[in-house]
Ligand binder design. Sequence first.
Ligand code: PEP
Length: 250
Amino acid sequence: MGKYIVAGNWKMNKLPSETYNYVKEVVEATKGSKCEVVCCTPFVCLAPAIEAAKGSHVKIGAENLHFEDKGAFTGEVSADMLRDMGVEYVIIGHSERRQYNNETDETVNLKTKKALEKGLIPIVCVGETLEQREAGITMDLIAIQIKKAFAGIPAADAKKVIIAYEPIWAIGTGKTATSDQAEEVCGGIRKVIAELYCEKCAPEFTIQYGGSMKPSNAAELMSKPDIDGGLIGGASLVAADFAAITKAVE
Ligand code: PEP
């Protein structure tokens, strides 16, 4: 299966002034982890995060980007700006951005293509609401999200994209999907990828689970064959918890 990646999504937490020391703590605490370790931070925290992670195994990501190269987009941040700072990853299409910032499957696709063009590794989020799950349309919906996100992306580039399956009802709620529920959808995503690209290359894609992942449930979730890591919100804000999740990969 894909390479294991555990990425923290800080969301709108932590101050720039706290970031350097906190990332240093993460670097120390995650030493020896058998997975790629990524901290995705607010734009204003990226510079101290990059400085603190310099020369270490920890990579730094942003939580969003704009799909245009440059121009009159007040308040926006481009892929070139992120690359110029030394950012390596970028979260795209998080459900909170879909809910509060008009992110759509179309903008997710444009942003994913732009990130790839500029050498950033996109972490593309997909997921269903509780109502959609209860209506029995989870996999149909996720298949549409995946197909739209990957539209026009050739196989060689597509493999660089990390997919994060994040059931919306499990984000920040303390309600984790069971490992079987998570595996069912992550396995379904891999089938969609096999259809879109090829059966043989589908195992090379990294598919994360996200939604109230914590030290106590991480090993069980990541023991499933189609779950290659996690996107971690709340638990990424405490270095010891985040590190314990990275160690659960073993
Ligand atoms: C997230 O926001 O990506 C997330 C998974 O949050 P939490 O771990 O807090 O549920």
